[in-house]
Design a protein around this ligand. Sequence first.
Ligand code: PMP
Length: 422
Amino acid sequence: MTTMTATTDNEATTSLHDVRRATQTFPLAGRAKDLVGSLIDSSTSLLASQSHDIVRFAMGSPADEAVPAEEFRQIAGEILDNSSFTYGATEGEPRLLQLLVDYLATTPDPSSHERLVITTGGMQGLDLACKLFVDPGDLVVVESPTYTNGSATALSYGAQLLEIPTDEDGMLVDQLEDLVSHTHKTPKAIYTIPTFQNPSGVTMSEERRRELLRLAHKWGSVIIDDDPYGLLRFAGTDIPTFQTLSPQDPLLFSVRTFSKILAPGWRVGWVDADPALRQLLINGKQAMDTCTNVPNQHIVAEYIARGGLEDHLAGLRTLYRERKDAMVESIRTHLGDRVTTTDPEGGFFLWVTLQGEFAEIDTRELFERALADGVAFIPGPALSPGGRFRNAMRLCFASSTPARIDEGIRRLTGTLETMARE
Ligand code: PMP
C-alpha cells in the first residue's frame, strides 16, 4: 500500500511514528496494521484547525442550507419520550423500518422488512459487508479512483484490493476479467459506487452493470453496491440500478444512507440484502454498537412520516444542479483547457485532471499551497488505494454557493499558475 498524505509532512511522520510505537508497545492483532487512516478524513481534520477563510471543496458534506434544521429542531423537541432513552432493536426501530419500506415502495427498488437492517450510516453497512464476506487475503475489486474510506474498510479485514480503471461510464468492466486473471484469484467482493460516484461523479452505464452482474454470478462474488447519491439526480435520465436489473439477487448487498439526503450527523443508514443474511447482519451489528442511536432514528422517522422527503429531495436537486453548473462554468472560465473535468448528472462531486502546463503538478503539493491560498479539495492519490492520480483532484460542488464556488476556482487557478511558473 502506498501511504499518501494530504496532511503536512510533520503530521504524516507523527502518525506513522505513533503507529510504529503502538506496534512495538502493544500485543496488536495482525489486522491492526491494516487499519489505514482515511486521508479524506485527515484532510477534513486539518481543515477544521485552519482559521483563515477557506473555500471548502474538500468535504462531501451537504450544504448547510440543504439541511432541514428548523424541522429537525422541532421534531427533536417533540419526539423524545421514554422509549427513546433505552436500547433499541439491533435491526432498527420498527417505526423507521416501516416508513422505509413504505418509502422504498414509491421508488423503482421496493424492499421488505426481512431484507432491511438500519445501520449507523453507510460506513457501518460497508463494515458489515466486509465483516461477512472478506477474509484476510481475499481479493476485493474496487473502482479506480474510489471512495477510499470504503476500500480501507475492506483492507481492515485483510483484503487484497484490485483497482479497476474507470471512464465516463464508470468501471471499465470489459477489463475486469483480464485484470482479475492476473491475480490468480476469484474476487470475493466487488465494491462499486455505481451512481454519481465518489469521487468522480460518473455513473456506470446499464450495459456495464449487466456485465458486472454476469461476472459476479460467474465468480460467485458479492456486489457491494454503495449508493448514497442515487436519489440526487438533477440532469439526464435514470439508469436502472443493480436491484432493478436483478431483483432479489442474493449476490447484491446494497448499502444506503440518509447522510447525503438529510444530514450525515444523524448517522442513520440501511442495508438491503438477502433475507438469509439478516441474522448474521444483526449478530455482526450487535457486536459493533448494539443498535443505531435510537433518538436519531426517531427523528429521521418522524421527518419521513411528516411527508416532506420528496419535496426536500426536489429542492436538493435544484440546489445541487445550480452548484454543479456554477462549478463547471467557473472551471471553464478560469482554467479552460488546462484541465479536464467530469460533468456529473447528480451527486456531490466532480473530478478534475490537470493537463498541459499543469499536467506535472502533484495535487498533494497543490493541496498544501492552495490551502494557504484559501481553497481546499481532496488530492487524487487520497482516492486510490495505490496512490494513483497525482495530477487529479476531487471537488465537492454541493456545499458552497455559486459565488463562493467561483471564488474558490479563481483561488485554485492562481495557485496552479504560480506553481506552473516555478
Ligand atoms: N459511501 C460513499 C460513496 C460515501 O460518499 C459516503 C460518505 N461520504 C459513505 C459511503 C459513508 O456514508 P455515511 O456518512 O452515511 O457513513
